[in-house]
Write a protein that binds this ligand. Structure first.
Ligand SMILES: *Cc1c(COP(=O)(O)O)cnc(C)c1O
Length: 404
């Protein structure tokens, strides 16, 4: 069992008021809040050892380099990654996916096929569309059903020796669906296709094991798991990372530069041009320490109970429909009330101190599938409480009465 009162005291922001009401923060799928333990690491970096890494002989630079590389090892260990150099620091999931999509330009030929799931975030659609425009490869969609579950039979039929890459999120940010990625990865490998899993939404809830999954690429954003914005991970198997050309040119990523020819640095530096988000990388490691001190299994159990309770309570409201009813899902509830625009509900909730997201959640194809402009999305974290769910339900009921 989680000691939620104690956990909440780790998050200073949870004490603030919004519009004269205690903040009820239910936009965790967009970004999570930051515990004092991580804030302290950020303050410590800038007050004690701020320096550029990998080049200085001086003490501060060495301290910063050590802490940055230790963070890489923490990430490696957390995701059970075989080699530390398979952890590439990026600015987040969007950057990670663009890095891979860009690298594939030289690996694809006209007529090659890429499979994308119907429930992707725009950041796992648009870079691949751009890649298809550059290469003449074809993007095919793995469809889903009304519950927001992928049609796995169709997926198996879409796979062929033409398939070069499959990409899918581990968990949908708009629907909460946990996708059957183990099955997807092993089926793709049978036809020789590589798989990229967007783990942005999964990492705060599930400890994904890269070696057990045998996944080729996996992406994470630190800001969704109690870390800072602007930093994340691309995991890639060494063999794939070796095949991809560098994404950006600059400092840190070279072995030798002359005006005639430049040779590139080894992994991971080949993909880490320029001064990285040093403090962010170190704080990313601290955020994983924080989550592990609570335990991801305990977190998942608690959040699942909260999801069940919130779902039952919200469904009591007349005309409320939940989008995303997969049998395997995390603590994201996307909903609408018949006859009311989601934006209007969100605005009233904000007046009552409740932060939810409204709109298409960077997943317009999902909204098109359900033929709706968007939804109201409440997403819960382990620092949310049953009382906050009650506050949400009462407020949604009130919004309904005001707007209908
Ligand atoms: C948040 C999110 C992204 C985008 O992450 P950024 O941190 O904005 O790059 C991509 N996919 C999913 C599933 C997400 O939840």
């Amino acid at each position: 069992m989680l000691d939620v009162t104690k956990i909440r005291s780790d998050f200073p922001i949870l004490n603030r008021e919004v519009n004269g009401k205690p903040l009820v923060y239910l936009d965790n799928a967009a970004t999570s809040q930051t515990p004092q333990q991580v804030i302290d690491v950020i303050v410590d970096y800038y007050s004690q050892y701020n320096a550029n890494i990998h080049r200085g002989v001086h003490t501060l630079s060495q301290e910063a380099t050590d802490r940055y590389e230790q963070a890489r090892q923490k990430i490696q260990k957390h995701f059970n990654i075989a080699e530390a150099h398979e952890v590439i620091f990026t600015s987040g999931t969007t950057h990670s996916i663009n890095l891979v999509a860009n690298g594939y330009t030289s690996l694809l030929r006209e007529g090659d096929e890429l499979l994308v799931s119907a429930m992707e975030h725009h950041s796992n659609i648009v870079p691949w569309q751009m890649l298809c425009e550059r290469t003449g490869a074809i993007l095919k969609v793995i469809p889903m059903n009304e519950d927001g579950e992928l049609l796995m039979e169709v997926y198996h039929n879409l796979l062929s020796e033409k398939t070069k890459l499959v990409f899918c999120n581990h968990i949908s940010n708009a629907l909460g669906t946990i996708n059957p990625i183990e099955e997807m990865i092993s089926a793709a490998h049978k036809v020789g296709a590589a798989v990229l899993i967007d783990g942005a939404q999964a990492a705060p809830h599930i400890k994904a094991d890269m070696q057990a999954l045998d996944v080729d690429f996996y992406t994470v954003s630190a800001h969704k798991l109690c870390g800072p914005t602007g930093v994340g991970m691309l995991y890639g198997k060494s063999e794939w990372l070796a095949k991809l050309p560098p994404y950006q040119g600059g400092g840190e990523m070279i072995a030798e530069v002359t005006f005639e020819k430049t040779t590139y640095a080894d992994l991971p530096h080949k993909f880490e041009a320029g001064t990285p988000n040093i403090c962010g990388g170190i704080a990313f490691g601290a955020a994983l320490d924080y989550l592990n001190s609570i335990g991801l299994e305990a977190i998942a159990t608690y959040e699942t109970a909260l999801l069940k309770y919130a779902t039952e309570q919200l469904l009591q409201i007349d005309g409320l429909k939940i989008y995303g009813t997969a049998s395997d899902k995390t603590s994201v509830i996307s909903f609408n009330i018949e006859g009311i625009h989601p934006y209007d509900i969100g605005t009233i909730l904000d007046k009552l101190g409740i932060a939810v997201r409204t709109g298409h959640h960077c997943a317009q194809p999902i909204m098109d599938f359900y033929k709706i402009p968007g939804t109201v999305r409440a997403s819960f974290s382990f620092y949310n409480t049953k009382e906050e769910v009650d506050t949400l339900v009462t407020a949604v009921q009130r919004a309904r009465n005001m707007l209908l």
